[in-house]
Design a protein around this ligand. Structure first.
Ligand code: ATP
Length: 441
């Protein structure tokens, strides 16, 4: 059942332009994925909404966009060069490599061999992806593509303080790509080698009560965000990290997990990082990273409560959660649709002329399409019959389909069909903009 659902999602993503295998015509590149026209829109809508909530609507968070390539000293300071690793073991029968802590995958692999499988001893494998910078052969310097986007924020802590009006408590938000040399990429986009993260580092006074308060606040705030996108409550849960599971510097950590077809899986984390990052960067760079309270003159290294979400994992789980097979609607055989929140659906509406070979309908529909696209991402479709167009838009998750028919030429109204109920209603053309605005809120 679970494999079946995943293969349906993967097939739909390919068929409808959400996600394709990376470099497919060259046989692909393990752990990379390309987002097609609908997938790019979905991901952008998610990121825009996140940014609006975190940066635009809040007075205590500002955004940055730091470089992917950093001075390698930053990765030494943050501990990644030494400890950003997973335990690797190798199957002695076929030399395939696995993560020693992924017991299910190891057992599954062992069962795939007829003979008894022996494994090498686990060794730590660093996940940082190396690159070479500079134009002179032999003099190029080795750098890392960032393994997480956090460091670019911490190294700019002072710059942000000095160039804006923020005061503790405040956050710095960022969205961007990260790269990891994952040992076993898999489960579609879930574990990729190139992916995007959206994070806030929220700096607070170094006090236990403050830490507890903000940690709980951000846990609930992030859960509410995903619920507001229409994700089913029963498919989401918190998972607090046990003492031994956390990084040694972390005072508390909690994942938000999704009930994926391949089991409950993390797609974001809330981490109480204490003063680990700022004090390490202070130590390694020799620069002062302290905050000075302008009223009391008191100086301290703030603590950091981080919220770190995967854009790709969020997108994947939004797609899975929205996937609906409805036997009761559609023309006899039922239908498939993506019940995506209109806030993030790639297209807010699609506009069709009832018949593509009637110029007066096409012209009228084009006029509506051209007008609506000034404010909304709208799709145009004049191919095939109306049933096929509905089916295509359903699978893309377009919440409303607007059809111009012969009556429209007389009554200046159109038929609007709702994706989820498949019910139709008549709406005046002049009211369409307000209608969509009202539904998309
Ligand atoms: P995992 O245990 O699954 O490897 P992690 O705990 O290392 O994940 P974090 O370092 O906390 O992950 O990264 C924060 C978020 O970044 C994750 O919740 C996830 O959404 C995303 N992320 C991390 N690694 C990957 C990956 N390889 N592919 C896609 N997204 C990822």
């Amino acid at each position: 059942m679970a494999d079946d659902l995943m293969s349906k999602i993967v097939a739909l993503c390919k068929r409808r332009g959400f996600i394709y295998p990376g470099s497919e015509i060259y046989g692909g590149l393990g752990g990379t994925w390309d987002y097609g026209p609908t997938g790019a829109l979905l991901k952008k809508n998610l990121k825009d909404l996140w940014w609006k909530e975190m940066v635009q609507l809040r007075d205590d968070i500002v955004g940055v966009d730091a470089a992917i390539m950093m001075n390698p000293k930053a990765w030494v300071a943050s501990g990644h060069v030494e400890a950003f690793s997973d335990p690797l073991i190798e199957c002695k029968v076929c030399n395939q490599r696995f993560r020693a802590d992924k017991i299910d995958e190891i057992e599954e692999h062992a069962a795939s061999h007829k003979e008894k499988v022996e494994w090498t001893e686990p060794q730590q494998f660093n996940l940082l992806v190396k690159a070479y910078l500079g134009v002179l052969e032999g003099k190029q310097s080795e750098i890392y593509l960032r393994g997480e986007i956090t460091n670019g924020v911490h190294v700019n802590f002072k710059n942000v303080l000095d160039s804006t009006r923020v005061r503790i408590p405040f956050g710095i938000a960022q969205i961007g790509k990260a790269f990891r040399n994952e040992i076993t990429p898999g489960n579609f986009t879930f574990r990729s080698r190139e992916f995007e993260q959206m994070e806030v580092q929220f700096y607070i006074r170094p006090e236990v009560e403050e830490g507890n308060k903000w940690f709980e606040y951000w846990k609930q705030n992030r859960m509410d965000f995903y619920l507001s996108l229409g994700m089913k409550k029963e498919n989401l849960r918190f998972r607090d990290h046990a003492e031994g599971e956390r990084a040694h510097y972390a005072k508390a950590a909690c994942d938000i997990e999704y009930n994926a077809p391949f089991g409950w899986s993390e797609f974001m984390g809330i981490h109480h990082r204490g003063d680990w990052d700022l004090s390490r960067h202070m130590e390694h760079s020799g620069q002062d990273m302290k905050f000075r309270d302008p009223e009391t003159g008191e100086e301290f290294i703030p603590w950091d409560i981080e919220t770190s979400a995967g854009v790709d994992r969020s997108t994947l789980f939004l797609l899975i959660d929205a996937y609906t097979e409805d036997p009761s609607t559609g023309s006899g055989q039922g239908r498939i649709y993506l019940k995506l929140s209109p806030k993030i659906a790639p297209y807010k509406a699609a506009v069709f002329p009832l018949l593509a070979n009637k110029p007066e309908l096409v012209e009228k529909a084009k006029g509506i399409y051209d007008d609506l696209k000034q404010n909304f991402m709208v799709a145009w479709d004049a191919r095939g019959n109306i049933g096929k167009r509905y089916a295509a838009q359903d699978e893309i998750g377009t919440p409303f389909c607007i059809t111009v028919d012969f009556d429209s030429l007389e009554d200046e109204a159109v038929t609007v069909r709702d994706r989820d109920s498949a019910k139709q209603e008549r709406v005046k053309i002049v009211d369409l903009r307000a209608y969509l605005n009202d539904k998309i809120k």
